[in-house]
Design a protein around this ligand. Structure first.
Ligand code: FES
Length: 79
C-alpha cells in the first residue's frame, strides 16, 4: 500500500492501481468540471475521452491511465 494526497486528504491505495480506480473506490465520481460547471468523471476508462482529467503533481493527467505512486499529490475540480 502507498499513500497519496487527494485535495489535501491522505488516501491509501495499492501501488500501481490506476488513479481513476482509486478515486472511484473512494467515492470520488466528480473529478473535474466542464466549462459550464457540470461535474465530469470517468467515462471511457481507457484514456481516450479525457473526461477524467485531474492535476497530478502540478501536471494535467488522465486519472484512468495514471498509476498511483507514493507521495502523489492530486487535485480535482478543475475545468
Ligand atoms: S475516463 Fe476517458 S480518458 Fe479517462
Amino acid at each position: 500500500m502507498i499513500e497519496l494526497t487527494v485535495d489535501g486528504t491522505p488516501l491509501e491505495a495499492p501501488a500501481g492501481q490506476s488513479l481513476g480506480a482509486v478515486l472511484l473506490q473512494a467515492g470520488r465520481t466528480a473529478l473535474r468540471n466542464s466549462p459550464s460547471g457540470t461535474p465530469r468523471g470517468l467515462f471511457c476508462g481507457i484514456g481516450v475521452c479525457q473526461e477524467c482529467r485531474v492535476i497530478v503533481d502540478g501536471v494535467v493527467a488522465r486519472a484512468c491511465v495514471t498509476p498511483v505512486s507514493a507521495g502523489m499529490q492530486v487535485s480535482t475540480g478543475h475545468t
